[in-house]
Design a protein around this ligand. Structure first.
Ligand SMILES: Cc1ncc(COP(=O)(O)O)c(C=O)c1O
Length: 382
């Protein structure tokens, strides 16, 4: 028998020093009633801010009508959401598979790529991070993730060096089923790929019959300052995955794929009991409505620029990322800066780069809230 209820939770995460009981926009309220500024966004999830009334109402309304039915039936909200996502992704990405998380979306994109190409090997990019299923762990950069895949007998992905065109040439060959790449690498500290790198990846994948898969689980759904980062780069992958911000925190993942990957697909090839459930689809449709109505994608671009400019003025050595997925290196351990900001009740993230602090607030983050973050940074760096 465990002495405290919280000891029953397997301790795989180092918790932040805040216990939120409610939230609105970019603000959390803790058990003592104190307010915290959230530039972490529940790990880049709270796209429309915490408990956005339109999203909450859509979830409550759908829950009362029909809480759940599986993919065994057609549901109008699932169809509407698929059509909305297809319309917002670049052509010819037009068919959508729904699931529940980022890892599951990537796992299914890899399944599609292996089926379409008849090949097994996968390539990913150094610094990349793609999830905790065995197939996605095999594509994550970092010994502790790779070890998980190795112990399961899964071959690791071949690694293309980040932004290195020669490495793309060398690694991708006619045994490669897919290249899985985050246009803006979240875990690596919001490191954005160069346009040259993604354009070369596109060209080589086409020439060599390889599926180009964009993992937009973290940078997608408006966070980069465009609905898809693919748009920003003018590069169209064969499939694009999204999750995190899509349901504003209600779990949902999606693979949006083009004809290379969908043409041979039929009944039973993919599946997910909860994928595309009515409440998840209601949450995602409401999220898209809020992004549009409140101009949140343009806001992400504008406020992201403001934070980047402010960080440069504060002496940041590295300012990277797109929109509201920003990596900042102030020449001292990011964890120290993060801890000092906790002391001022401001939440930010770290990254796999010990020097890079990650900023990924709700897309509702205002210029005034950005100034509060910058003021907090100024104070802790002084
Ligand atoms: C780029 C990227 N891909 C995939 C994942 C995995 O998503 P999930 O935790 O929803 O499985 C994450 C999660 O942080 C991510 O940042």
């Amino acid at each position: 028998m465990l002495s405290r209820a919280e000891d029953a939770v397997l301790p795989v995460y180092a918790p932040m020093p805040v216990r939120p009981v409610s939230g609105r926009g970019a603000w959390l309220v803790d058990e003592e009633g104190a307010e915290w500024l959230d530039a972490y966004g529940g790990h880049a999830v709270a796209a429309t801010g915490h408990s956005h009334p339109h999203v909450v109402a859509a979830i409550a309304d759908q829950a009362q009508r029909l809480f759940f039915y599986s993919t065994a039936v057609v549901h109008p909200l699932r169809n509407r959401l698929a059509a909305e996502l297809a319309a917002r992704c670049p052509d010819p990405l037009g068919r959508v598979f729904f699931c529940n998380s980022g890892a599951e979306a990537n796992e299914n994109a890899l399944l599609l790529a292996r089926k379409a190409t008849g090949r097994t090997a996968v390539a990913s990019v150094t610094g990349g991070w793609h999830g905790r299923t065995v197939a996605t762990l095999a594509c994550c950069d970092g010994e502790r993730y790779e070890a998980g895949a190795r112990r399961a007998g899964m071959a690791l992905s071949a690694r293309v060096t980040f932004n290195d065109l020669r490495s793309l040439e060398a690694v991708l060959d006619d045994s490669t089923a897919a290249l899985l790449v985050e246009p803006v690498q979240g875990m690596a500290g919001a490191r954005d790929c160069s346009a040259e790198f993604l354009l070369a990846a596109r060209r080589l994948c086409t020439e060599r019959g390889i599926a180009l898969l964009f993992d937009e689980v973290q940078c997608g759904v408006g966070r980069s300052g465009a609905f898809t980062a693919a748009e920003l780069y003018g590069v169209v992958p064969d499939a694009l995955t999204m999750a995190k911000g899509l349901g504003s925190g209600y779990p949902i993942g999606a693979v949006v794929a083009g004809p290379m990957l969908t043409k041979g697909i039929g009944i039973g090839d993919l599946g997910s009991t909860f994928g595309g459930g009515p409440v998840a689809c209601a949450a995602a449709l409401a999220t898209l409505e809020v992004l549009d109505a409140e101009g949140l994608i343009a806001n992400a671009a504008r406020v992201g620029e403001h934070i980047a400019a402010g960080a440069r003025r504060l002496g940041a050595r590295i300012v990277q990322g797109r929109g509201l997925l920003i990596g900042l290196d102030f020449g001292r351990p990011a964890v120290e800066v993060q801890q000092a900001l906790f002391g001022r009740r401001i939440l930010t993230g770290t990254s796999s780069d010990p020097g890079v602090l990650r900023i990924m607030p709700p897309l509702t983050f205002s210029l005034a809230e950005a100034d509060l973050l910058l003021e907090g940074l100024r104070a802790v760096l002084a």
